[in-house]
Design a protein around this ligand. Structure first.
Ligand code: ATP
Length: 296
């Protein structure tokens, strides 16, 4: 109809499409933390000494003005506890976690860490306290050492190696042609999916944040790598407040709290056994998604 659609509008549409697919570009933008619209409040304080109490209070958010992806969301996560988000694709699980590091600004309600509204702290200190482990990892052109140290200023070699060991990455790194000095990323050595994930887990161990966001892989890995990664992720989550977009049965079963998110919002919450007894949304999801994986 509109053959001469406003070029800016087109660009915006294109950008939205890119982001919907969580394309390389939008991921890149998030990693570089360069959304120009999200800036420090003039009186922003440093967030430090974080215990890890997280509260979403009446949080409402939409990517554009028409449609709210999340409405009146209330969640409380005690320090060091793990909450697993489950629910159908598109319900807003990953959106919910992205609000915490302020990749996007909420429309109304409040989001706090240790009872401090995240709007009132510096972005730098906020994000220093949050580790993110994603399915497909962003590695830049540089050495293994530099990639692990990304986000942690002034890390010593000992610290880097220690983090790699915890992530079960040390051994494969030593087997690379130049060990920790091997070039990886676009122009460097190609690492397997599982190896990349372990580098990113090492990065989070090094960063040592009190809060963790895990986006579990839907499993493109072989069973052995899966198990190794699952183990290091469990270790990583210990003692940290963890928000996990869960795809693994063991994760939901062990979570302190499971939150079932659908397009209607949060429809159920509780522990695995309780929710199974409820015979509600979770029990149904469990039967469809997870029970077939029991044998693994
Ligand atoms: P999945 O399990 O498939 O990852 P999800 O529950 O994590 O799904 P989200 O990725 O949070 O869901 O998406 C929630 C809704 O927001 C979807 O309708 C999606 O299309 C939309 N959406 C996600 N990211 C963006 C974006 N950057 N711009 C516009 N819309 C988006």
């Amino acid at each position: 109809v509109d053959m001469f659609m406003n070029p800016i509008r087109r660009l915006v549409n294109f950008n939205e499409q890119l982001q919907r697919g969580m394309s390389g570009f939008s991921r890149f933008k998030e990693l570089l933390e360069v959304d120009p619209e999200i800036v420090d409040h003039p009186d922003a304080r440093e967030l430090k000494g974080v215990a890890g109490l997280i509260k979403y209070e009446d949080v409402t958010f939409g990517y554009d003005n028409h449609e709210k992806v999340l409405s009146n969301i209330n969640i409380r996560i005690e320090p060091g506890k793990t909450v697993a988000f489950v629910g159908p694709s598109g319900a807003g699980k990953s959106t919910l976690t992205k609000l915490l590091p302020r990749f996007y600004e909420i429309d109304s309600g409040s989001l706090s860490i240790d009872n401090t509204n995240i709007k009132n702290v510096t972005l730098e200190s906020l994000r220093r306290n949050i580790g993110i482990v994603q399915q497909d990892v962003f590695l830049f052109n540089g050495t293994v050492r530099e990639n692990i140290a990304y986000g942690t200023a002034g890390a010593s070699d000992e610290d880097i190696i220690e983090a790699a060991k915890k992530a079960n990455a040390h051994d494969f790194i030593l087997n690379l042609s130049e060990g920790y000095d091997t070039d990886i990323g676009e122009r460097g050595v190609k690492l397997s999916g599982g190896q990349k994930q372990r580098i990113s887990i090492a990065r989070s161990f090094l960063k040592n944040p009190p809060i963790l966001i895990l986006d579990e892989a839907t499993s493109s890995l072989d069973n052995r790598s899966e198990k190794i990664i699952q183990k290091s992720l469990e270790k990583l989550a210990e003692g940290r407040t963890t928000l996990v977009i869960a795809h693994r049965l063991s994760t939901v079963i062990n979570a302190d709290q499971i939150i079932v998110l659908t397009e209607e919002g949060i429809v159920e919450r509780g522990k695995h056994q309780e929710l199974i007894k409820n015979r509600g949304e979770y029990a149904q999801l469990y039967n469809e998604q997870f029970s077939t994986k029991l044998a693994e």
